[in-house]
Ligand binder design. Structure first.
Ligand code: ADP
Ligand code: MG
Length: 484
């Protein structure tokens, strides 16, 4: 590993705590729906409201998703883990405690791997534990009053805690992206960051190289990769400023304000003992038999890293291309479908990295929403390979397909007259005309100026209205010029 980049002579240290909402239909300890966006308090049952006499019943699907995650990151799936009560008072927490896991979490250790500026990086995980989400306080629309919506109370979360292994805001963002891609790939979380299904708390400290870890401040609830990076950058400058002024950093919980780009202290940091953690007497220990882990293992999808390795090995893709093709399961499926339809892995990858990604990014859509299905892209690539159209013409066809001006590749090629000139006789006639009309360029070429040759190629392409095959034009021109 190369030495981490310093900021004004300080090393930045970051550990992330990520909350991934697990994609179960019902809550972690009750049968109420987890669907997002319902009218307030229509999806909170007696258990979620903490009515006296109600008891939690653990949702198997949440545990299964935690096991899936543990297996994917090479962690230990604990054969026995314990649910604990984390006690604090807040209006959106009706029980007065959150059910979480503390001393013995369900997932222990593991690691997340990703690429940072072309170099492989690995961040160790401390743990991942199951817990319930709290409700929401609604400060809008109440004429100065605050409302409580308990629909989210009891929604299953997997809190994924990293070791303080990251050394820059860019690395933290890449880690978060890799983790996000992984939980979506595993189909354990919908990954919708706007709806809060995936949110990060960033623990940040700075130190002079070689010194022990500095005191951290924790930035809460960052729900976009950009905010994550901005918030860390601001926080790092703030901490350095303070230390340079001879002041101490106090451990604190801070909020990021996207409007100002600043972090600001919310409260001094609670310590674990403030929460009076103790095992929840309402829930037995969570016991996971090896057979259960085995069944989950058997149902695991091929993971992105393994799939990328396969694309490099079997399809001859570069590391960058393979990483791009496996950015999501949907992307990988699209790539494989197009590849299988035309048998041209590298060309498919090039189109996906180029034209397709360019448009998807510009329009902020995912590959699922591509207006050009994989079979159509494959058909277009097939027409480039068999010489029917030039690359240039293919891009015009692609534009038309994307804009919904047609669905059939061959029909579009014909309708727009984009068929490449494959008639050798016609091309030779054009070449001869161009040679006759450009005596000066011909002379210069014969005197050894390659530039003149390119000018002649350009003239032929123009005369053919772009329909000539450039490689063929090269051949015919050289033959005609060489032969005198
Ligand atoms: P909590 O925030 O609940 O008190 P921990 O003490 O386990 O939990 O730490 C939470 C996160 O803070 C972890 O991701 C860990 O890697 C990170 N962390 C711990 N110490 C530091 C530090 N000095 N600088 C930056 N991050 C840290
Ligand atoms: Mg924390």
């Amino acid at each position: 590993m190369s030495a981490p980049a310093l900021v004004r002579g300080y090393e930045v240290v970051i550990g992330l705590e990520t909350h991934a909402q697990l994609s179960t239909a019902s809550k972690i300890f009750s049968g109420a729906s987890t669907r997002f966006g319902a009218a307030p308090n229509t999806q909170a049952c007696a258990v979620d409201l903490a009515l006296p006499g109600t008891l939690p019943v653990l949702n198997r699907g949440a545990v299964e998703r935690a096991i899936r995650f543990g297996l994917a990151v090479g962690a230990k799936v604990a054969p026995l883990s314990i649910f604990a009560r984390k006690n604090y008072f807040y209006p959106d927490l009706p029980k007065g405690y959150q059910i979480s896991q503390y001393e013995i979490p369900v997932v222990q250790g593991g690691q997340v791997e990703f690429v940072l500026e072309g170099a492989p990086r690995r961040v160790r995980l401390t743990r991942a534990h199951l817990e319930e989400d709290a409700g929401k306080s609604l400060h809008e629309d109440f004429h100065g009053l605050t409302g409580i919506d308990l629909n989210r109370a009891g929604t299953p979360l997997l809190e994924i805690v990293s070791e303080p292994d990251m050394r820059s805001s860019a690395e933290a963002a890449e880690y978060a992206k890799a983790l996000h891609a992984l939980v979506v790939w595993l189909d354990i979380c919908d990954g919708n960051m706007q709806e809060g299904s995936f949110r990060c708390d960033a623990n940040v400290s700075v130190r002079k190289p070689g010194q022990p870890l500095g005191t951290r401040r924790e930035i809460k609830n960052l729900n976009s990769f950009r905010f994550l990076q901005q918030a860390i950058d601001f926080e790092v400058q703030w901490q350095i400023e303070r230390i340079e002024d001879g002041l101490a950093i106090e451990q604190a919980t801070v909020l990021f304000d996207p409007a100002t780009g600043e972090t600001r202290a919310m409260r001094t940091k609670e310590e674990a003992h403030d929460y009076r953690y103790f095992p929840d007497p309402d829930l037995p220990p969570l016991v996971i038999a090896p057979e259960w882990v085995g069944r989950v293992q058997a149902g695991m999808p091929e993971l992105p890293a393994a799939m990328a390795a396969r694309f490099r090995r079997d399809d001859g893709l570069t590391a960058d291309a393979a990483a791009l093709m496996t950015q999501s399961l949907a992307f990988a499926r699209y790539y494989e479908a197009a590849r299988d339809a035309c048998g041209q892995p590298k060309l498919v990858a090039n189109w996906l990295m180029g034209e397709v990604s360019k448009r998807l990014n510009a329009e902020g859509r995912g590959i699922d929403a591509s207006p050009v299905p994989p079979a159509t892209l494959a058909a277009l690539i097939g027409r480039v390979v068999d010489g029917t159209v030039s690359n240039n013409a293919a891009r015009q066809v692609f534009d038309a397909l994307w804009a919904g001006e047609g669905r059939d590749v061959d029909a579009l090629i014909e309708a727009r007259g984009l068929r490449q000139m494959n008639d050798a006789g016609a091309l030779e006639a054009i070449v001869d005309d161009v040679i006759a009309a450009n005596a000066k360029s011909v002379e210069e070429f014969r005197a050894g100026k390659e530039k003149a040759f390119n000018a002649l190629v350009g003239q032929v392409m123009k005369a053919s209205k772009g329909k000539a095959n450039p490689a063929q034009v090269n051949d015919v021109l050289r033959r005609r010029l060489g032969g005198g």
